[in-house]
Design a protein around this ligand. Structure first.
Ligand code: PLP
Length: 402
């Protein structure tokens, strides 16, 4: 057993895994069934149809029993051949990891963006992608790969702008997008934005435990997969798409997580995707109001790309963000996201995604404010009060209810 026995419910306020709602936990506790039996096919067809609505696509969505990293690999190895040039964009730690993976698989990624911390405070600059593609008159670049919601920083890039940049350059490159932490929290439109492969995962906006991940594809991506020569077996789309037509998989799928996905889809589509997105925007705005009131800096330096999923908070010089996180963990039973890569010790991340609502956010901010004070960080004012004012300004007053 653990030495540490905190009372009450742990506040898991990292930007994924996000808290798993009780409804989903209960759904996942049903007995595991025969994955070749009739009941399973019905479940498979339901979740495959439902998840398409969340990606906003009419094309197949492949579900893997893997973490997001597996779906990253699947996206790359299904459409590329050894030595293919790909254009990636440095938005933060996860963009960097995806690029490393591309290298490990034998691709030739070119990394646009600014390698300094400033580059990690802004989104993808679509004009730079356009300029680079215009130079590539021989069409050596096979794809543009970008991260939609960069979880390490709290920056949500404009994917429609990236699509426009590729089209403006008249370039045939595929568009691959990681929205592992954006799906089900931030507006996302696979078909409308002309994305060829969208990669996502279960443990963020979908409110599930880690363990399943996704590739939403396009016809162009499927066509590219026919001639792609990177070795692949488990990740190969072809047989999965074929068997998915009747609701089954070529291997043993993650049955209990699929029960959870079924429940999550019911919750998300029941609330309505637009309402889900608005709720995330509302909570994110209130969170930023708190950070501003504390007089601390928000990691994202461009308000146009503030993330609705998480807020990165930079700590003043001389204050180790991980020490503050530890104080909050020890005293208030709450986990916040650590600074990743270049941001280690310089920031913490507040997750406000998935099951989050006004009061979970307020409790989270109260924990942060107490922790900042206990750590001796000089704060300008009460972020908790500022967030409450912000939330009240957006709510329905009793008088307006009639
Ligand atoms: N990409 C992004 C944007 C992420 O946030 C994460 C995980 O947090 C990953 C990729 C990697 O996914 P996983 O840790 O599920 O393998």
């Amino acid at each position: 057993t653990l030495d540490f026995h905190p009372a009450g419910r742990h506040f898991l306020q990292i930007p994924g895994p996000s808290p798993v709602p009780d409804r989903i936990l209960r759904a996942m506790s049903y007995p595991t069934i025969d994955h070749r039996g009739p009941e399973f096919g019905a479940l498979g067809l339901k979740v495959l149809a439902g998840i398409k609505k969340v990606f906003k696509t009419e094309q197949p969505v492949i579900i893997y029993p893997a973490s997001g990293t597996g779906a990253w690999e699947a996206a790359l190895c299904n459409v590329f051949s050894p030595g293919d040039a790909v254009l990636m964009y440095e938005t933060g730690h996860f963009a960097t990891l995806w690029k490393k993976m591309a290298e490990a698989l034998g691709l030739k990624p070119e990394f646009l963006g600014d390698p300094g911390i400033e580059g990690w405070r802004r989104g993808v600059q679509a004009d730079r992608i356009e300029a680079r593609l215009r130079e590539d008159s021989s069409h050596a670049i096979k794809a543009v790969c970008v991260v939609h919601n960069e979880t390490s920083t709290g920056v949500t890039s404009d994917i429609a702008a990236v699509r426009r940049a590729i089209d403006a350059a008249g370039h045939p490159a595929l568009l691959l997008v990681d929205t592992i932490s954006g799906l089900g929290s931030a507006d996302y439109r696979h078909d409308e934005w002309g994305v060829d492969v969208t990669v996502s995962g279960s443990q963020k906006g979908l409110m599930l435990p880690p363990g399943i991940s996704f590739n939403a594809v396009s016809e162009k991506a499927i066509a590219a997969s026919k001639s792609a020569r990177l070795p692949r077996a488990f990740w190969d789309w072809t047989e999965i798409i074929e068997m998915n037509k009747t609701g089954y998989w070529p291997y043993t799928p993650n049955t209990n997580l699929l029960y959870g996905l079924h429940e999550a889809l019911d919750m998300i589509l029941g609330e309505g995707l637009d309402n889900v997105f608005q709720r995330h925007q509302r909570l994110a705005a209130a969170c930023r109001a708190a950070v501003n009131a504390w007089g601390l800096e928000i990691q994202c330096a461009d308000p146009a790309v503030y993330s609705p999923v998480l807020t990165g908070v930079m700590t003043p010089e001389g204050f180790d963000a991980d020490a503050i996180r530890r104080i909050i963990y020890d005293n208030f039973n709450m986990s916040l996201g650590t600074g990743l890569g270049k941001m280690k010790g310089k920031m913490f991340r507040i997750g406000h995604l998935g099951e989050a609502n006004e009061l979970t956010l307020m409790a989270t901010l109260a924990g942060c404010e107490m922790g900042l004070k206990l750590a001796g960080v000089p704060i300008a004012g009460s972020g908790v009060s500022a967030a409450m004012e912000n939330l009240m300004a957006g709510s329905i007053a009793a008088a307006d209810r009639k």
